[in-house]
Every structure is written in C-alpha cells, then in structure tokens.
Design a protein around this ligand. Sequence first.
Ligand code: FAD
Length: 473
Amino acid sequence: MKYNRVIVWFRNDLRLHDHAALFSALAKGKEIIPVFCFDPRNFRNVDLGFKKTGAFRTQFLIESVENLRKSLQALGADLIVEEGSPEEVVIELVNKYQAEAIFFSEEVTQEEKLIEERLEKSAWKLGIATEAFWQSTLFHIEDLPFPANLVPEVFTQFRKECEKFSKVQKTYEMPKSINFPNNLDDLGSIPDLSTFGFSKTANSKLGVLDFKGGEDEGKKRLQEYFWEKDLLKTYKETRNGLLGADYSSKFSPWLALGCLSPRYIYEEVLKYEKERKKNQSTYWLIFELIWRDYFRFICKKHGSKVFQINGIKNIVDNWNKDENSFWKWANGQTGIPFVDANMRELNQSGFMSNRGRQIVASFLVNDLGIDWRWGASYFESMLIDYEVCSNWGNWMYVAGVGNDPRESRYFNILRQANNYDKKGDYIRHWIPEIAGIPGFDIHQPFELSTSDLKQYGVALGRTYPQPLVGIKI
Ligand code: FAD
C-alpha cells in the first residue's frame, strides 16, 4: 500500500459502481475517507435573481448524497458531509485526519477547474499527493483517436472517428468492502432543502417521472426502461415524445450527478442486444451518449469560451437584454401555447423533453433575440438534469455560436407543434384551461388576436398586461 489514508472527494460521481478514483484509492490506500461537500457558491443568486441551483436539482442532489452514504455504510464505511468550499474543506480534513492523498474525478469547465487547481496547490504545499481521474464519458480521454485539444469541431466527425478507432473501457467493479478509520468523530449531517433557502419542491404530479436521486434509483430506472418494460428496442421511434415516462430513457438526472456511469449503461445495452434485440434503437441510445461525450470534450477544448456570448465560433450578434420578454418566456407567458406548455413543465417538474428544449431555446434566441446565456442560465437553475457541458453546449448550438455546420437551427414553432403535438394533448396537459377557450385553435399563435391572448391570460388565472408583440413565427 502506498498511502495510510486516502480521502476520496466525491463530486459529480455519486456512485460506487465504475468509480475510477475509489477503485484506485482502494488499491493504494490502507484506509479510505469518502467526503462530499455542499458548496454554497452553487446555491447563490445569479444576476437575474434566481438561484444557480434550483429546488428540483437541490432535492435530487440531497437524495443522491443520502443514497451514497447509505451504500458506503453497507460496505463498512461512511461519508463525511460538509458545507463550504471544497478546496478549503478537503484540506482541513486532510490535516484533521492525517490523510496522505486526495483522489477525485476531474471536471472540465472553468469554475470546477479552478477549485481543483486551488486544492492541488494547497495539497502540494502540505506535501499531500493528489490524483485526478477521468470519468463521466463513454470514451476515456486517453482512448480518443485524437489529442483532446484537437477534438473535431463537428459532431459527426467526432462520432465516426471514436466509433472506428476507439473503444469503451470496461466498468470498474463495485467495491466489496471499504476500510474506514474507526475513530472519526463528527461525520456531519446531510442538509435539507431549507438549508439552501427552499421550502419545498413543488413537484407536479403532471411531470414525466417522480425523479428520486441516487445510484440505486438510477439503476432501478435502467432496469425498468430496458428490462421490465422492454422499451429500448423502440427508443428511436419514441424519443421525440413529450408526454409520460417512457418515450425516452430519462437517465439524464442520474448521469448528470454521476449516479449512473455511461459505461454501465453501455454494457447494459450490449447485454440487451445479446439477450433481447439489436436494432437501430439500441444503437441510438449509444449515439445520444456520444453526443454527451462530444459536448464534454468540446468544453474541455474551448475552456471559458463556452460561457461567452460569442461562443466558440466567436460570432458577434445583436443579442438584446429585454428582461420583460425574458420573464414572459421563463414564466410560460409568451402567448404561444407550445412554448408556454414546455416552460410550465420545466417550472413545475424540473424536466423538459429534448424536443421541448430545442423549441423553447430556439424561440428565445431566434424569435425574441435575447442573449442565449440568459436561457442557459435559467435552464441551469431549473433543470433537474442540469449538466454543465450538455447544457451550455446545446445552448451554443441552438444560438448558432457553437460548432454546428448548419447555418441556423431555427425551429418553426407552429410546424413543430403540428408535427409533435398534433392533437394538442401536450398543450392541454400543461395548460388544461386552454380547453375552455371557445373556438380556440391551439396551433395558432395567440398574439394574432389580443382578445384571444387576454382570454388565455384569464384562463391561466392571470391577465397579460401586454402581449408579446412583434414576434414573427
Ligand atoms: P434520452 O433521449 O433517453 O438520451 C439518453 C441520454 O443521452 C441522455 O440522458 C443524455 O445523457 C444523452 N443525451 C441525449 N440527447 C443529448 C443531447 N442533445 N446532448 C447531450 N446529451 C444528450 N442534457 C443534460 O443531460 N443536461 C442538460 O443540462 C441539458 N441541457 C440541454 C439544453 C438544451 C437547450 C437542449 C436542446 C438540450 C439539453 N440537454 C441536456 C440534452 C437533452 O435534451 C437531454 O439530455 C435529454 O432530453 C434527457 O432526457 P433523457 O435522459 O430521457 O434522454
């Protein structure tokens, strides 16, 4: 054994399966001290007045940490839970418990990298070893067929080269037991929502799924989607759906916090293909996981540019900062039912389909011309599955400042509504009052008629002070 005590600092890797840092710590350390830190900076208010992390994701995070602690306890260990800046807290714990090394999973984006750098610097000064492990993607960074700073800008090229020249590594085994020091005094309690200023999660019964955080729940969802309901074989046909739990996998919240490893999902897909069926749908789930990889590697390559208004293409555009229109969009009060229904779903459940995300994002940037980063920031707060690279990468893509070879990702809202919600079931689901408006055609934009708009506002229990005018859709 190289070290007497190793701290494993958990971040967006809240699981025991396929955990590179933990696996290595078990091989190199006599005793392991798992640590998780709630960082108050993630719960601060952003300039627009909402929290960086909203109630849905906070709740999901709390549940995931609870589950991790329970799973560690079952292996004879425990989880130290702290609140504070991890770069300081982890160092304090090193001193307190005489740890000799800190192992953790590395991240790729600005804020997370800065924390790692500060931690590594402080550890170095104390003569404490640090080891950072790559996790979270299907393809390991070392197996890419190109250097990370030369990742192809276009997704198709990235995917084809990875599929041809790379391979997905096997998952790490689950640990069977963990040697945890027996004289640690205060392990810390897991905070609840009120600690972060939330009273409750207003989780709507109308939402697609009652998402519960943690590795156990993530695996349960996979078991259900693949094996019990046998839905993987039709994924490609259903994935553009809007209503219900089963049109897509809904793995994203668990992937975002690392409760599920993408390589674990990959192995389950291969097993399904062997035991049940192999077709376009089974491949398509892997295809989508490669999209996820792609955004992560693109963020690594381009650093802080992914958060800047001109994006990685450095395109100068005339974005406006019209707060009034922004809040109408955010509150689902644009007067365009398909947009409003999607925003209502997000606000009331923390989730939105991929189709919905593309539509509302396109509406904000293309129809309203509002600074795309406001939309990305609002999603960051509201989404239960927020993941920094997938979110900012997709927003850049829709805003035309990412690396999309197509000139414009404009979504015609009415055509989209007709294609994906032909009978208006989705709109009625989230805006049931709409059914009561006489002679109302759900596929028409409301702003064509101010009286319709007013009726719509009244039907929603509010009145629209002003319709959104001047939108050409
Ligand atoms: P499935 O269709 O079942 O796909 C399986 C998995 O593949 C997903 O869980 C996800 O990990 C990955 N995936 C699928 N589509 C994409 C995609 N376009 N980009 C990257 N990964 C993808 N996804 C997030 O996980 N977090 C985000 O913060 C996020 N923000 C988005 C913002 C915008 C504007 C858009 C257009 C998309 C965003 N996505 C984000 C991608 C996608 O919408 C979600 O991953 C997907 O809807 C989650 O549902 P699912 O798990 O049922 O997906």
